[in-house]
Design a protein around this ligand. Structure first.
Ligand SMILES: Nc1ncnc2c1ncn2[C@@H]1O[C@H](COP(=O)(O)OP(=O)(O)OP(=O)(O)O)[C@@H](O)[C@H]1O
Ligand SMILES: [Mg+2]
Length: 337
């Protein structure tokens, strides 16, 4: 049955007055932006569930605080390796994020764009769409994290000029050649920065019997990729660490990424591949901050590498731009209304 003119008019009003939210559903960090208001939520992607109800849950730092007061509270992380691990916790996380961004009492439903890893399976995608719908969205769209990141870094993805984008987060790594609004070739890997730092911690503990804290690990991180190019040493956590001893672990960690990049270039039509030499590789996500990684990836791909400004913020900025371009999302991505 065609919609009545009243409901068509009210839906048009809703479209104009309803808020537009962009959500970057990161493995480690949830980021939310409300278009036009610049409101930004940045919280650890964790919830404390009370009575198993999304409505009674706490998000991010408030969840950690509640847990510190009450050891019976359970903290749940919805994502693992960029995939949905805990569906109920995901629903709670999205519900709390939407409540915080647009308020519990609202007249108009928001449109929501959520960035997820390209390799997320159908079950995971359905679960994210459902979480958005249950949180009260009018329409929920999913966008690939690498596309959102490229948009957030200022790349015009509607252009015929291709870009190679590498988004390295805490739990996943997306590699994509983008052109004409779409992904020409891509690989989506589980594993990101956290895996590298876990490997680093384990190796230092095994060889030096020292457990490094977070800051020490970050300092030791400066020896990592640079290690594949030059010899460096640093005293960290009371032991002398050398880049030389860490190099094999780093190479093992980077091998899947190196392979994915070569495969993606191989899958890219030769004319576009040639263009990539001039447009280059854009590195986004927190993992982009790893010192020396740009040089390493330039060596692997033969492309010039640019580390995005504020690399962790690119994806959520891109989702805010995407909500202004819902036609693009309807053409290219899954959505639910
Ligand atoms: N200076 C740095 N050097 C190396 N790695 C860093 C640095 N700063 C942050 N990182 C890494 O960045 C990662 C977090 O990145 P980001 O916030 O983009 O992840 P996310 O979006 O939550 O996760 P994902 O995109 O994988 O789902 C962590 O693994 C962290 O170790
Ligand atoms: Mg991310």
């Amino acid at each position: 049955m065609p919609p009545s003119s009243t409901s068509a008019a009210s839906s048009a009003t809703e479209r104009v007055l309803g808020k537009k939210l962009g959500i970057d559903l990161g493995t480690a960090t949830l980021r939310v932006v409300t278009r036009g208001e610049g409101t930004l939520i940045t919280e650890p992607a964790v919830v404390a569930m009370r009575d198993g109800e999304a409505a009674n849950s706490l998000l991010g730092n408030a969840a950690f605080e509640a847990r510190a007061q009450d050891r019976t509270i359970v903290l749940r992380r919805p994502l693992d390796g960029g995939d949905v691990r805990d569906h109920a916790a995901l629903a709670a996380l999205v519900q709390q994020a939407v409540n915080r961004a647009v308020g519990r009492q609202r007249i108009f439903k928001p449109d929501i764009v959520i960035a997820v890893r390209a390799g997320m399976d159908g079950d995971g995608r359905r679960s994210v769409l459902d979480a958005g719908a249950r949180a009260g969205a009018r329409t929920v769209y999913l966008i690939d994290a690498a596309i959102a990141a490229a948009m957030g870094a200022g790349i015009a993805i509607t252009s015929s000029r291709p870009y190679l984008v590498v988004d390295i987060g805490a739990g996943k790594t997306d590699v994509a050649v983008l052109a004409l609004e779409g992904t020409v070739a891509g690989r989506s890997l589980r594993g990101g920065g956290d895996q590298l730092f876990r490997g680093l911690a384990a190796q230092v503990e095994a060889t030096h019997a020292v457990v490094l804290d977070r800051d020490e690990l970050r300092s030791a991180g400066r020896l990592l990729v640079a290690a594949t190019h030059e010899e460096r040493t640093a005293e960290i956590g009371g032991v002398l660490l050398s880049s030389h001893e860490l190099a094999p672990m780093v190479s093992d960690h980077l091998r899947p990424l190196d392979r994915a990049l070569l495969e993606v270039l191989e899958d890219t039509p030769p004319a576009l591949r040639r263009d990539l030499r001039s447009t280059g590789l854009l590195l986004t996500g927190g993992g982009a901050r790893l010192e020396g990684l740009d040089r390493h990836l330039a060596g692997v791909t033969g492309c010039s590498v640019r580390v995005a400004a504020d690399p962790e913020g690119c994806t959520v900025r891109g989702t805010a731009l995407a909500v202004d371009n819902l036609d693009l999302l309807r053409r290219n991505f899954m959505y639910l209304r």
